[in-house]
Ligand binder design. Structure first.
Ligand code: DAH
Length: 341
């Protein structure tokens, strides 16, 4: 029974080493020495063959029992070390889940979009449809159909970005008038906000890309009185306060008579600044009664129908409302600027 004795010794010694191991590598070392391929248990099993056949069954069982016990004890102890290591790591890496989260940074609408949406609401309540048109336009929609023939000097008033295919970047939102008239016919109440482009020298009050809001109403017997009513409604809706306005004759080929509706500069209060070019007034709302040729060119009979149209400078309006004195800030993409709105 020499084998039995050495097995019992191995069992005791190994359990003691497992018990006293203070770290995973110590435990592992004890396991390799006892249970490894070249370990004590393997050495003992080598003598197995020398045993008398009647001893083998008994000793074989014992050998398996010791092996299983030691392996189980090893696994138990190993799991304990791993749990402890995890607990230590977690105690080092804890976070306070009760702290307020930084959260998603709230976005906001661009000031031009805010004003655009307000004006859309206003005109929707007055029975106007909101129309959209393409930014790349045909020459016909942008000029010809608006009573601006090729030789007309008014084409020089708007420095145009021409495309190589003969189309252009729309210089104003007025071509949407043409699209609206041709699609819906009279009577018609529509507005068309959108982006417009001109080959301009950029400075504090000029950008090559800016926003306008076109408006048009066609019905029977529309007069300047109707025009003024709608323009006043528009301005009081936008500014929520009294603004000083002046109406002067203005020339645009698509209206007759045409007007320039100016507002007293809200940046400087009328004393003169870079936005109003020291004049105290800002051109905001050119408008007029639709020229009979414009109606005719879109198949509307001017003897039966009349109307007014206006082209609001949305970008400029945003500047006036928020006291922005440099148009370049609006498109600069600087979040420190945009976060204020
Ligand atoms: N489209 C003109 C421009 O951008 C502005 C304008 C003037 C529009 C008079 C109108 C209008 O509808 O009646 O310079």
């Amino acid at each position: 029974m020499v084998v039995d004795t050495s097995l019992e010794e191995l069992r005791k010694a190994t359990l003691a080493r497992f018990a006293s191991a203070t770290a995973l590598d110590e435990l592992e070392e004890a396991r390799v020495q006892a249970l490894g391929r070249k370990g004590t248990l393997a050495a003992i099993s080598k003598n197995f063959g020398k045993l008398a056949p009647e001893e083998r069954a008994h000793t074989g069982k014992l050998l398996n029992a010791v092996k299983n016990e030691l392996e189980a004890e090893y696994e138990r102890k190993k799991a304990a070390f791993e749990r402890e290591a995890l607990a230590q790591r977690l105690s080092r890496e804890w976070i306070d889940v009760t702290l307020p989260a930084p959260g998603i940074r709230p976005g906001s609408l661009h000031p031009v979009t805010q004003i655009q949406e307000e004006i859309e609401d206003l005109f929707t309540s007055l029975g106007f449809a909101i129309l959209d048109g393409p930014e790349v336009e045909t020459e016909e929609h942008n000029f010809d159909a608006l009573n601006i023939p090729p030789t007309h000097p008014a084409r020089d008033m708007q420095d145009t970005f021409w495309l190589t295919n003969g189309h252009l970047l729309r210089t104003h939102t007025s071509p949407v008038q043409v699209r609206g008239m041709r699609k819906f016919g009279p009577p018609l109440r529509m507005i068309a906000p959108g982006r417009t482009f001109r080959n301009e020298e950029v400075d504090a009050s000029h950008e090559h890309t800016f926003y306008q809001l076109e408006g048009m109403m066609i019905d029977r017997d529309v007069s300047v009185a109707n025009l003024i009513y709608f323009m006043k409604t528009l301005l009081s809706g936008v500014f929520h306060r009294d603004v000083t306005v002046r109406l002067r004759p203005g020339y645009f080929p698509f209206v007759e008579p045409g007007f320039e509706l100016d507002i007293q500069c809200l940046i400087c209060g009328g004393s003169g600044c870079s936005v109003c070019k020291q004049s105290g007034w800002v051109e905001l709302l050119p408008c007029g009664l639709i020229h009979p040729n414009v109606l005719r060119l879109s198949n509307i009979d001017p003897d039966e129908w009349s109307g007014f149209a206006f082209g609001l400078g949305l970008t400029r309006l945003a500047m006036m409302r928020y006291g922005i004195d440099d148009i370049r800030q609006l498109q600069g993409g600087d979040l420190r600027f945009l976060n204020q709105f």
